[in-house]
Design a protein around this ligand. Structure first.
Ligand SMILES: [Zn+2]
Length: 173
């Protein structure tokens, strides 16, 4: 019964787990690997000292940090967590570079699109001006032509005026 109640640290160190064991709350018996890493890198007594120096409210966070730091050091004995930080920093730099490149491409495509739109608008404006000018020329021509044709196409008016002329009795007698 006493064995099952021992924390991971006491199990690992093959000792009795006191009721007020400093490791107990942070190193549960079902995860020996957590404590073995911490013990290998920092040593059990150092970890106990570090935890005891802290207020209860800070101990869980401190134990988590020690586990993360110890696992990194086991995985990478030379650089430890610094190796992971450097790797992540490199990934951030690469991602930032990609982002800047993509934003640059987007800005370039937008500028090209805007330029094309402006060119199309200018072409449409030129075409509109040209058609308006052509229309004016045609209208002017038609107006001139209409004046010319007016008398020609309305002989009745000429006749009427001649009729009026001839109906002038002073002329007949
Ligand atoms: Zn214990």
């Amino acid at each position: 019964m006493s064995n099952s109640r021992r924390c991971a640290a006491c199990k690992y160190l093959r000792r009795r787990c006191p009721k007020d064991c400093v490791f107990g709350p942070y190193f549960p018996s079902n995860n020996i690997e957590r404590f073995s890493c911490v013990h290998k890198i920092f040593g059990a007594s150092n970890v106990a000292k570090m935890l005891k120096r802290l207020p209860d409210g800070k101990r869980r966070e401190a134990a988590e940090s020690l586990v993360v730091e110890a696992r990194s050091r086991v995985r990478d004995p030379v650089y430890g967590s610094v190796g992971t930080i450097t790797q992540l920093r490199q990934q951030i730099l690469e991602a930032e570079f990609e982002l800047a490149k993509t934003q640059g491409l987007i800005a370039l495509r937008r500028a090209q699109h805007l330029h094309e739109q402006q060119q199309q608008q200018q072409q449409q404006h030129h075409l509109l001006l040209k058609s308006e000018t052509d229309e004016k020329l045609i209208t002017n021509y038609n107006q001139d032509h209409f004046h010319f044709d007016y008398s020609y196409n309305n002989p009745q008016q000429q006749i009427t005026s001649f009729g009026d002329y001839f109906s002038d009795e002073s002329y007949l007698y």
